[in-house]
Design a protein around this ligand. Structure first.
Ligand code: NAG
Ligand code: NAG
Ligand code: NAG
Ligand code: NAG
Ligand code: NAG
Ligand code: NAG
Length: 646
């Protein structure tokens, strides 16, 4: 009893004698200090929102085993506040659990809560409902924008506070905004407001920082007093010149590259981006040799599941895969680049002993026969939960209170069009793609910036349908107020079309509740197999995980040879968009956790342009090998606007 008491007393004394946990910028010795000691981080970006929760631990462990001592993650506002005041922090959105896992594994955290994050994520993480105020100046002192930010941060930051390093958690630094110097507004009052807001919730001690392109032009509007200024630059850059830019904003303190690009993003219709392991390793070594801190963006990219991909302006949408040619693939696989980076880190710091978690096995479940279900217009009653809305001129997704997916716009031809008559969007207002039909016959596709007019024929009173797809909101630059749907009037010949009926479609809910029906069609009177395009329609198939093979289900990839463009769900989980007819992405990553051994697995496809089913086998196929680099339409090639940051 006595002994025990002494022990616990000693323990208490021991604890209270321990220096308090601290993390700070040392302006004298040009470094960070952790618990008073000189500290340098070698970090990697991982976005929990792009990885199924069950795989967080595996990916973090692989990062730790590469020799990283920190990770960096964004918090996408629109992922957590789907409607004003409606928050979601559970399951795949459980950011607190993610932070705890990182800490358990031995990784510090560099947190980037935005509010704007860019990230090739829908609208740069800003919720689309902000656009309820039509002329809102996002990322500025616009009072309505700031009020929404204040509410969100009032929810988020108190949640984060216990995870700060000085409070016993893993979070060493917190970024305010993101690359603000690349944005036109240059509103210092906005940045000052954010700095004060973050301070008020997180305390005086936390290191707050900004990140901008490594050029004086970017730092001019991005760096403000009270927030430590860091820079972004990729392999092949002149490291000295890049850090000279940081030194211009921060004459003293640690050198920090907050985004050292291990690869690059993709766009539909452009070649897959690849950056060689040797090039990454060489620049990383140069950065570490000058004693700088570095974050590798991305260390694992992951997947834009469902509708979460962003887009660039002029409008080019990013694909479902966010593989990024990162050292860990979209599926978390180890690559040559992973080992090259680990070898570089090994020259500058000790790396952990022990086995690296292996690449997870993939399984080729093979072909699955699909059966055609209803078309979208056949299923309107089922899909339009809220019923149609009527108005003289088209309303946008935001007007209709719909954030993602598809809206069907319906009207009638006001005049006889016995000759082909152009149906046009003179102001380029189809955001982003419209599948057009007249009296139930597909007649063409309109596409933002690319196809602004399609010819139609039909008599006055014919039903005109435009199924409009939101392909992802612009996430970078001045065009992030990216309204979706028909955002300006449609004309037919010289007439402005009016008298619209709009159906907001709850396709995800209908798919997961199994509401879609087989098509009610009499083969005798079925029209002959249509050419491309055909009416947007649903297809369903199922497959069983084979018995007697150990460790199934395993991860897999799905491909849709000869299918054109659409959306795929497996067991109600929205895997994302497929578009093999444009590329470069051909396969979609299917994580094992959405597969079942207890019941047949249900694959639902919404094909927007035309399936192979009327003339060829109606199959989708599960394969064990990803294909991300098959660009089909080179004519869509356009250079990415942000490349000048590299
Ligand atoms: C890199 O930049 C520094 C500083 O601007 C300059 O002195 C040096 O010549 C540059 N190196 C190369 C290889 O361009
Ligand atoms: C349109 O065409 C139909 C059938 O060809 C004809 O009966 C009708 O009068 C025409 N309407 C107009 C407004 O020209
Ligand atoms: C539409 O039809 C007209 C002839 O009526 C033709 O000149 C034009 O090229 C067609 N436009 C398209 C986009 O097919
Ligand atoms: C559509 O046209 C009408 C009539 O010209 C006009 O009042 C309205 O503002 C237009 N709508 C849009 C979104 O341009
Ligand atoms: C697939 O759908 C069938 C029929 O609705 C259902 O019985 C089964 O449970 C579903 N499978 C899974 C894995 O949810
Ligand atoms: C695509 O990637 C694979 C695997 O890395 C490679 O073998 C193939 O040559 C690449 N194809 C193209 C067109 O770049």
């Amino acid at each position: 009893m006595f002994v025990l008491r002494v022990c616990s007393l000693l323990l208490l004394v021991g604890l209270s004698l321990e220096a308090p946990r601290s993390f700070s910028v040392d302006y004298k010795d040009d470094c960070f200090r952790k618990d008073g000691e000189k500290f340098r981080y070698i970090s990697g970006s991982i976005h929990y929102s792009r990885i199924p929760r069950v795989y967080w631990k595996d990916r973090l462990l692989k990062m730790y085993m590469a020799g990283l001592n920190a990770i960096q993650t964004y918090i996408p506002w629109n992922y957590h506040e789907e409607a004003p005041g409606r928050f979601s922090f559970s399951g795949d959105r459980d950011v607190e659990y993610f932070l705890k896992l990182a800490q358990d594994i031995g990784l510090l955290v560099i947190l980037r809560p935005g509010p704007y994050i860019c990230a090739e994520w829908d609208m740069g993480g800003l919720p689309a409902w902000l656009l309820d105020k039509k002329d809102m100046v996002l990322r500025s002192s616009d009072p309505d924008y700031v009020a929404a930010v204040d509410k969100w941060m009032g929810k988020l930051l108190p949640m984060i506070k216990p995870y700060l390093y000085q409070n016993g958690g893993p979070v060493i630094t917190v970024q305010v905004e993101n690359e603000y110097g690349s944005y036109f507004a240059c509103d210092y009052n906005y940045m000052r407001h954010l700095a004060k807001l973050f301070r008020s919730y997180l305390g005086d001690e936390v290191v707050l920082f900004t990140t901008d392109g490594a050029g004086l032009g970017y730092l001019k509007c991005g760096a403000i007093q009270g927030l430590y200024a860091t820079v972004d630059f990729g392999p092949g850059s002149n490291v000295t010149a890049a850090f000279d830019a940081q030194r211009h904003a921060e004459p003293h303190g640690p050198l920090v590259n907050s985004e050292f690009y291990t690869g690059w993003l993709d766009h539909w219709g452009s070649p897959h981006s690849v950056v060689s392991a040797a090039k990454v390793a060489k620049s990383l070594s140069e950065i570490l040799a000058v004693g700088a801190n570095v974050n590798l963006y991305m260390f694992i990219g992951g997947t834009n599941f469902a509708y979460w991909n962003g887009a660039n302006s002029p409008y080019e949408a990013q694909p479902t895969s966010y593989d990024y040619d990162a050292p860990l693939t979209e599926a978390g696989d180890l690559t040559e680049k992973y080992f090259a980076i680990r070898d570089v880190i090994k020259m500058y710091k000790e790396i952990p002993e022990g086995p690296i978690p292996p690449t997870t096995p993939k399984y080729a479940y093979g072909p699955v026969t699909m059966k055609k279900l209803q078309t979208v217009s056949d299923a309107l009653e089922t899909l339009s939960f809220s019923g149609p809305v009527k108005s003289m001129y088209p309303q946008t997704f935001v007007d209709l209170k719909q954030a993602f997916g598809f809206v069907l716009y319906r009207t009638t031809l006001p005049v006889n069009c016995s000759k082909p008559t152009p149906l046009s969007s003179p102001l380029n207002g189809v955001h982003d793609r419209a599948y057009v039909s007249v009296d139930g016959v597909a007649v063409g596709i309109l596409e933002r910036n690319k196809v602004l007019s399609v010819n139609v024929t039909g008599i006055a009173g014919s039903q005109l349908d435009l199924l409009v797809e939101n392909m992802g909101r612009i996430n970078y630059g001045k065009d992030i107020n990216d309204f979706k749907g028909l955002v300006s009037n449609m004309t037919l010949g010289s007439d402005t079309l009016s008298g619209w009926t709009m159906y907001s479609l709850s396709i995800d809910e209908a798919v997961s509740h199994g509401l879609l029906r087989d098509r009610e069609a009499d083969p005798q009177t079925d029209p002959p197999p249509p050419a491309v395009p055909s009416l947007p329609a649903f297809y369903r198939g199922s497959f069983v995980i084979p018995d007697g093979i150990p460790d199934l289900p395993q991860d897999t990839y799905i491909k849709l040879p000869k299918w054109r463009k659409g959306q795929i769900w497996i067991n109600g989980f929205n895997l994302g968009r497929y578009w093999p007819s444009r590329g470069p992405q051909v396969t979609l990553f299917v994580p094992a956790n959405i597969l079942s051994t207890a019941a047949p697995n249900n694959v639902t496809v919404l094909e927007l342009e035309g399936s192979p089913c009327s003339s060829e086998p109606c199959n989708v196929e599960f394969t064990d090998t990803p294909i991300l680099n098959a660009t089909v339409h080179q004519q869509y090639l356009r250079r990415y606007v942000k490349e000048d940051l590299l």
